[in-house]
Design a protein around this ligand. Structure first.
Ligand code: PEP
Ligand code: MG
Length: 886
């Protein structure tokens, strides 16, 4: 098979479709070449070669080198220079490129082909001695670091010493003579560090560089990145060898990166940054702060945009932007270099973006006629929606904070959301603190791939350096973390574990708030308000609603949650857990009274107190859900959650109930269960103490009747939890109908209601045909169903389930993604059997899986009619349901 693919002069061997073979970079360089865009010529060594290389124990396969040499010949022909030539040398960039982008993970070597002789030739042929020697020292530095493994600092020390010696503030101030001296010192240092001379043979350099790119596929950073992002180990990387173009040739040159649309807001505006007289890595590395691409992007007058500085190049870039967007039908992230006023494209790829931007861009592209609604929906990863729902800063509280002088400084708003946390300065510390349950903000000069785990652990990330495309910005955006970069006024002092802005000092452990939408950094905590959702989001959701079959309800136990769910588009309540209504300070004593009651009379006394509370709860929820079904589950309290535990609680309960502590303890002991999850839970409570469920049914129906009188359209559904047997269900159904009939007589109002059952126990799934005689609907409680099918305690599994996933015994946590094979089969059986008795029986899922996109896809396939997740996952479920249909 062909191992080396050529591109140049308007023709390429490869295409954008060949990402697996050529890597993302190589495939898109080929595509841009074929589109007639100005791409310097080059070759791509395939990912297959990388695999062979490792199979052969890090050896080049036979014949590879000859193919590379052939490719180099073609590059030479196009450029009209020779690799290794002393007078007018061809130089190349060697760049990695995996099938999926791995930002900052793999290595790039620029200016390869330079040596002690050709540097003179380069100086002469370009008439630019400083440029030639700067290029050479950059090359030694990159090659020495990436290929020869010499720490970056060794080079920095020499460079800094030189700057100090000649009184230069920045690299820009160094002269050709300075660089000559730096090169000399670099080479001496390389010899000292490695015992080898810096390689002078360009072909040797090329061979070493290609190897280094392959080897870097397996460096620990890359492995870690693949782990976190679930990128297969066996993809391998391609290697691109591309003719150099120079952005560091002087003031008519430069280099930049841009997004074809704003990656933060999604606004249809060209957005990017560039540096004059610089080489590619300078922009990304965050060493110098770049200038804006467009005039209107400027935030202060001292900036000079590319549009002003290079108007012709800017026009050309805009033309290319248009071609790329029409061609790829998506927002692109591009790299370009200007060499003596001429523009070259070095890369294009699908641009990373915030969730907000993703939605806006997808919706805009539909309106621009570039993609279909279905495509737009498929492009949004449902989990991204979490980011749209991020809290934003409370403006009032912010004003107060500013008045109190708590605004510390400002950086670039790299990724939205407002978060507070304790300041830490290292990734490891972020992880440690997070494990202790602390919220942290990771503060760094700039981040690197070594910081990834810390970025994951942190609530937000703040860096002193770098632009909107720096490592921190790109990675945080991808993770959906709040992030501020380039807060230039900040001095980070790792030694003293503090950062300073003027005379403000913020120490490790101090709390700060960062606003990733404005770039503002505050002392202390600032209130946040829930996200508000854009018009485009609503539009996308409307399309999703048109497409999906699955209905989406919400799990809500309070009027507030119900309202939130309704605002997010829920079509009813799928589960109202009545025991959660008792989780508050006023009610716990009454509930305890009910639980600890020795006699029916005692219990009824407590229930009398609870009835009006429950009635008003239900009424409030019915009001909010006017016109929509509300599925209320009768009490399912794992008893241990409600019993007093501490000495203090015993004393308090004793006092409240007018009993002695001993008596309370004794009663609690009697009620103690070895295995509460399988104990007196759910409908068993209704069988053992009918008066409890009777009270609840009465509260529900009374509330419904009151609402009906007030003109509210109520659709109550009464659901029995943890049913295992048809006679158990029949008995409780009879009770419900009796109590409802009583209330109808008492109130003179009638309200239609339904009675259904949860399917949470495998036995219930197996006898679903019998259950469907009394149950008008099934709601699958997949939390318990998973627990009971696996025999895996949902409260304890967390401690060891990770081991199962690690060892590959389980593909994922079955409490997160539904186990299609086992639990899924039970659901299928239950649907089938239920339909035999009651054709078209209503079915829903109210376990956690109802908000999980992967599980939703499965539910769609097996004919579930609705899912019911927690409020913030309602939009996720709506989108996932549409995707499941497409
Ligand atoms: C379930 O078991 O899936 C369910 C929804 O009920 P709970 O989580 O309250 O046990
Ligand atoms: Mg349950």
């Amino acid at each position: 098979a062909k191992r080396v693919y050529f591109f140049g002069n308007g023709r390429a061997d490869g295409t954008a479709q060949m990402k697996d073979l050529l890597g993302g970079k190589g495939a898109n360089l080929a595509e841009m070449t074929n589109l007639g865009l100005p791409v310097p010529p080059g070759i791509t060594i395939t990912t297959e070669v990388c695999k062979e290389y490792f199979q052969l124990g890090q050896q080049f396969p036979e014949g590879l080198w000859e193919e590379i040499l052939e490719g180099m010949k073609k590059i030479e022909e196009v450029v009209g220079k020779k690799f290794g030539d002393r007078k007018i040398p061809l130089l190349v960039a060697v760049r990695s490129g995996a099938p999926v982008s791995m930002p900052g993970m793999m290595d790039t070597i620029l200016n390869l082909g330079l040596n002690d002789e050709s540097v003179e030739g380069l100086a002469e042929s370009t008439g630019n001695e400083r440029f030639a020697w700067d290029s050479y020292r950059r090359f030694i530095q990159m090659f020495g670091n990436v290929v020869m493994g010499i720490p970056h600092e060794k080079f920095e020390e020499i460079l800094e010493a030189k700057k100090e010696e000649v009184g230069a503030k920045a690299d820009i101030d160094l002269t050709a003579e300075d660089f000559k001296d730096i090169v000399k010192k670099y080479k001496e240092m390389v010899k000292r560090e490695t015992g080898q001379e810096f390689p002078q043979d360009p072909y040797k350099q090329l061979e070493m560089a290609v190897r280094a790119v392959f080897d870097s596929w397996n460096n620990p950073r890359a492995i870690r990145y693949r782990e976190i992002n679930k990128i297969p180990e066996d993809y391998g990387t391609a290697v691109n060898v591309v003719a150099m173009v120079f952005g560091n040739m002087g003031d008519t040159s430069g280099t930049g990166v841009a997004f074809t649309r704003n990656p933060s807001t999604g606004e249809n505006e060209f957005y990017g940054e560039y540096l004059k007289n610089a080489q590619g890595e300078d922009v990304v590395a965050g060493i110098r702060t770049p200038q804006p691409l467009r005039k209107s992007q400027k935030t202060d007058e001292s900036q000079v945009s590319l549009e002003e500085e290079f108007p012709e190049v800017y026009k050309e870039l805009e033309r290319i932007r248009d071609i790329l967007e029409k061609h790829y039908r998506d927002m692109q992230d591009i790299e370009f270099t200007i060499e003596n006023g001429k523009l070259y494209m070095l890369q294009t790829r699908t641009g990373k973006r915030t969730a907000r931007a993703a939605v806006k861009i997808a919706v805009d592209l539909v309106k621009e006629g570039l993609i279909t609604k279905e495509e737009a929906i498929m492009r949004i990863d449902p989990s991204l929606i979490n980011q749209l729902l991020h809290p934003m800063i409370d403006e009032e509280d912010k004003k107060r904070a500013i008045a109190e002088g708590r605004l510390i400084t400002k950086g670039l708003p790299a990724a939205p959301g407002a978060v507070s946390g304790k300041v830490v300065f290292s990734a490891d510390e972020a992880v440690e603190m997070k494990e202790k349950g602390e919220k942290v903000i990771l503060v760094r000069h700039e981040t690197s791939p070594e910081d990834i785990h810390g970025m994951h652990a942190a609530e937000g990330i703040l860096t002193a350096r770098g632009g909107m495309t720096s490592h921190a910005a790109v990675v945080a955006r991808g993770m959906g973390k709040t992030c501020i970069v380039g807060a230039e006024t900040i001095t980070v002092d790792y030694d003293r574990q503090e950062f300073r802005v003027g005379d403000i000092v913020v120490k490790k452990g101090d709390i700060i708030t960062i606003d990733g939408s404005t770039g503002e950094i505050f002392h202390g905590e600032i209130k946040t308000i829930p996200a508000n959702i854009s018009g485009e989001f609503e539009e996308l959701m409307k399309w999703a609603d048109e497409i999906r079959d699955l209905k989406v309800r919400v799990n809500a136990d309070t009027p507030e949650d119900a309202l939130q769910g309704r605002k997010f588009g829920a079509e009813g309540i799928g589960l109202c857990r009545t025991e959660h209504m008792f989780f508050n300070e006023d009610r716990i004593p009454v509930v305890r009274e009910m639980i600890l009651a020795k006699t029916k009379e005692e219990r009824e006394k407590a229930l009398k107190k609870l009835l009006p509370m429950q009635r008003s709860d239900f009424k409030a929820i019915f009001e909010v859900m006017d016109g929509l079904p509300v599925n209320i589950r009768l009490l399912d309290p794992p008893l241990h959650e409600f019993l007093p535990k501490t000495e203090e609680e015993f004393e308090k309960t004793a006092k409240e109930m007018g009993l002695s502590v001993e008596e309370i303890k004794k009663r609690a002991e009697e009620l103690h269960e070895v295995n509460p999850m399988l104990g007196l839970r759910g409908s068993r409570l209704g069988i053992a103490y009918p008066e409890i469920y009777e009270m609840q049914v009465r509260a529900i129906i009374e509330a419904a009747c009151e609402c009906k009188k007030e003109g509210i359209d109520v659709k109550p559904e009464i659901m029995l939890p943890l049913i295992a047997d048809d006679r158990e269900l029949a008995e409780l159904k009879k009770m419900i109908d009796r109590v409802a009939a009583e209330v109808f007589v008492e109130t003179g109002v009638e309200v239609p209601y339904q009675v259904g059952t949860m399917i949470e126990i495998p036995r219930a799934a197996l006898i679903a045909d019998q259950l469907a005689r009394d149950a008008e609907y099934f709601s699958f409680g997949t939390n318990d169903l998973t627990q009971m099918t696996f025999g895996l305690s949902r409260d304890d599994a967390g401690k060891f389930i990770g081991k199962y996933v690690e060892k590959g015994i389980l593909k994922g946590d079955p409490f997160m993604h539904i186990d299609e094979n086992g639990v899924g089969q039970l659901i299928k059986i239950a649907i089938e059997k239920g339909n035999k008795t009651r054709p078209g029986i209503k079915t829903g899922v109210c376990g956690e899986h109802g908000g999980d996109p992967r599980s939703i896809n499965f539910f769609q396939q097996i004919g579930i009619q609705y899912v019911s997740p927690s409020p913030f996952r309602v939009p996720i479920a709506r989108l996932a349901a549409a995707q499941a249909k497409i």
